[in-house]
Write a protein that binds this ligand. Structure first.
Ligand code: HEC
Length: 201
């Protein structure tokens, strides 16, 4: 009888040890990366952000020529649906910029004009040191594109035209901080523009 009492704690311990090892296979799954950021920030700019922003900006315009003032804007349902696709792509590209582990550029990539542009590794260091500011600038792109999306869904060409300025401000607000902060003219123009926007409110 005595021997059974002694054995009991040992059995409990073995069971506990067994349950620990049984849980282990779950651990590697938990450390799997949530995202697979293959393209760089530069790639996303070139493939998604820039082309879609251009298509939105080009969808509404007033052109003055010898034929008079020509207003270009989406007219048919299909044209509105098309510009909506550009806005969705641009708005969601802001989230792609926030994927953890996304690199600014490929290793060895160099700035085109080092007089005004930072090198990709300098940009990377600034982003890594202060992700909150990077996130904030990317979300301005999201929110200012949402203004365009709402204009599109309301089929309001005038509001869509105005929203283009907000999208451009989002590009500049990020670029003068990370890409070409040494371009003092670009920085000055951006600050002036923000001041005017604040005064207009
Ligand atoms: C959250 C920050 C951020 C926002 C917002 C942003 N960009 Fe960029 N963009 C960058 C950075 C950083 C680079 C520099 C990458 C590099 O060349 O090393 C860049 C580079 C670029 C390039 C050069 C790409 C190349 O192939 O060299 C273009 C074009 C561009 N951006 C367009 C835009 C446009 C248009 C918008 C707005 C619709 C925009 N970007 C919004 C951060 C941003």
């Amino acid at each position: 009888m005595r021997i059974i009492f002694l054995m009991l704690p040992v059995t409990v311990l073995l069971l506990l040890a067994g349950s620990c090892t049984a849980e282990q296979p779950a651990a590697p799954a938990a450390s799997q990366p949530e995202f697979k950021p293959t393209a760089t920030v530069k790639d996303i700019m070139d493939s998604i952000v820039d082309p879609n922003a251009d298509l939105i900006w080009e969808s509404v315009a007033s052109t003055v020529s010898d034929k008079g003032i020509e207003d270009k804007m989406p007219k048919t349902d299909e044209e509105w649906a098309q510009v909506r696709r550009y806005a969705i792509a641009l708005m969601e590209s802001a989230n792609l910029l926030l994927v953890p582990g996304r690199q600014i550029a490929k290793p060895g990539d160099k700035a085109e004009d080092s007089n005004i542009e930072l090198e990709p590794e300098e940009i990377q260091a600034i982003v890594d040191n202060d992700r909150a500011t990077w996130m904030e600038r990317a979300l301005v792109l999201h929110d200012n594109t949402l203004v365009a999306l709402k204009a599109i869904e309301a089929k309001d060409a005038q509001a869509l035209l105005f929203s283009g300025d907000g999208i451009d401000q989002a590009c500049e607000g990020c670029h003068i901080k990370y890409w070409y902060p040494k371009d003092s003219e670009a920085v000055r123009l951006y600050e002036e523009r923000m001041k005017e926007a604040a005064e207009a409110k």
